[in-house]
Design a protein around this ligand. Structure first.
Ligand code: SF4
Length: 464
């Protein structure tokens, strides 16, 4: 990654009691490939082998972790898959998910989790005092240890009781030898959807994963809901916990794929709407709108359309550069951006251009892009950022750099533009996002922009 962008914690994909014609493991593989953008550090599957839970996990990308032979020979009908990016616990193989807790007879519970608990420290200490021996450094193990503790009540009740203990963000799927339960925290910070293929049900972090697996999107799991897939079909239930839904607004801006449906809205439409709404606050005379590849494309379409300014793919992105692993120093980060992007001189020479991107984090990408465009002959380079400035950390499963490493806090727009070498910087406002999503502020979390944490209160710097 040329710049440390905010990164999501994980993606979950699961299928219950699939009877062919393909293999459930193969469909899970396809689903995980579709969710690869949500985590690239490790991938894993837990699957039922009779009444025993087995697993296959590894570090790296989905296509490298699962051998073809394993996918084609696996006869399991019920599989739980996961891709991980670590926000709690380091990037270690032992933290790869799904996590499995086994009884002596090798039956047990498997859990795949997207999100971040906010009472981790307190529960971790409590479990230690009670004699629990931790095998990982991931907050998911805390959730799993409570599920396992309550397993005698059946998986659904174990989930209900665990939800009463843990706090924070979780969109998760648990399975035992009988059932699979998908559940979402009462705020609904992270997405989770239900799909169907033939008679079998699926769960996934994003609806687009169902398209890749050849399944149909049924609906989303609601905040606070527990959806159980079992021998009797699908059963919906709700925890007693009450909270205002506060889905992460950043799922709309950045994390989720544009072909996913979230909160009943097309992500593509929302991003396009934000671009169009931003046009209201731009009074510049522009010759061209340029999307920052690939993160600014959809919003740039909306902005160019509303401003009636030509949209040009004037910056080429080298598609063969993946992770460069050279991000520790500022110079190296800037080199990584240069390796990745190259403006098309003939298009930008002598032009007043606006570059559209979805966020401004450290400002490295913006700084290098502006400098490359000016070197290529652009007369003016303006930045249009389709989210407000980041100012606060996220406790709900998104890895955002420390405040001291962010470009925007404490800077006026003029100073910020000067610091990245641009002629101006314009940010979207929170109201643009709410309007684009067609949601009232109460329905979305925007804490990293405004500092008001749905669970924790205003400008809280602490989790327990
Ligand atoms: S703090 Fe920001 S990134 Fe985290 S859940 Fe809220 S909106 Fe999303």
């Amino acid at each position: 990654m040329p710049e440390k962008q905010p990164r999501d914690k994980c993606g979950v994909f699961a299928i219950y009691n699939y009877r062919g014609p393909d293999h459930a493991a193969l469909l899970t593989y396809l689903g995980l490939l579709a969710l690869q953008h949500r985590g690239q550090e490790s991938a894993g599957m837990a699957y039922m082998d009779g009444d025993k839970i087995k697993q296959f996990k590894g570090m790296g990308l989905v296509e490298h972790v699962f051998p073809r032979k394993m996918l084609l020979s696996n006869q399991s009908k019920t599989v739980l898959g996961h891709v991980r990016y670590s926000t709690t616990g380091p990037s270690l193989a032992v933290n790869a998910q799904p996590l499995v807790a086994r009884s002596k007879d090798k039956t047990g519970i498997a859990l795949a989790h997207n999100g971040n608990l906010t009472n981790t420290r307190r529960l971790h200490n409590k479990l230690l005092r009670e004699g629990h021996i931790f095998h990982t450094t991931s907050d998911t193990e805390i959730m799993l240890s409570y599920l396992f503790r309550y397993r005698r009540y059946g998986l659904k009740e174990a989930v209900r009781k665990t939800m009463a203990v843990v706090q924070g963000a979780y969109a998760a799927v648990a399975m035992d030898g009988e059932k699979m339960v998908a559940f979402r925290d009462p705020n609904g910070f992270r997405p989770l959807a239900i799909g169907r293929i033939g008679d079998a049900y699926m769960f996934a972090s994003e609806s687009s994963a169902f398209d890749t697996a050849g399944a149909d999107f049924v609906r989303e799991v609601e905040p606070g809901e527990m959806v159980s897939a079992g021998p009797g079909g699908l059963v919906s239930d709700y925890s007693e916990l009450v909270a205002n839904p506060t889905l992460c607004v950043f799922e709309y801006i950045y994390f989720s794929r544009p072909d996913s449906i979230l909160g009943g809205k097309s992500i593509y439409e929302v991003r396009r709407n934000v671009g169009a709404l931003m046009a209201e606050r731009i009074s510049l005379k522009l010759d061209m709108i340029i999307p920052s590849p690939d993160s600014g494309i959809t919003s740039a379409i909306g902005l160019a359309d509303r401003l009636n300014v030509p949209l040009e793919w004037a910056v080429h992105r080298n598609p063969y550069l993946g992770r460069t692993f050279i991000e520790p120093t500022q110079d190296e980060r800037e080199l990584a951006v240069r390796l990745k992007f190259n403006p098309i001189r003939e298009l930008v020479r002598g032009k007043k251009v606006a570059v559209v991107d979805d966020s401004l984090v450290r400002g490295t990408t913006a700084r290098v892009l502006v400098s490359l465009l000016k070197k290529a002959g652009a007369e003016e380079v303006h930045l249009c950022i389709t989210s407000p400035p980041y100012k606060h950390p996220c406790y709900y499963g998104i890895d955002i750099p420390l405040t001291r490493d962010l470009a925007a806090p404490g800077q006026s727009l003029e100073d910020l533009a000067a610091s990245v070498g641009a002629d101006s910087v314009t940010f979207a406002e929170l109201d643009d996002l709410y309007q684009a999503v067609d949601s009232k502020q109460a329905g979305l979390c925007s804490a990293c922009f405004c500092g008001i944490y749905p669970e924790l209160g205003k400008h809280s710097g602490k989790v327990s």
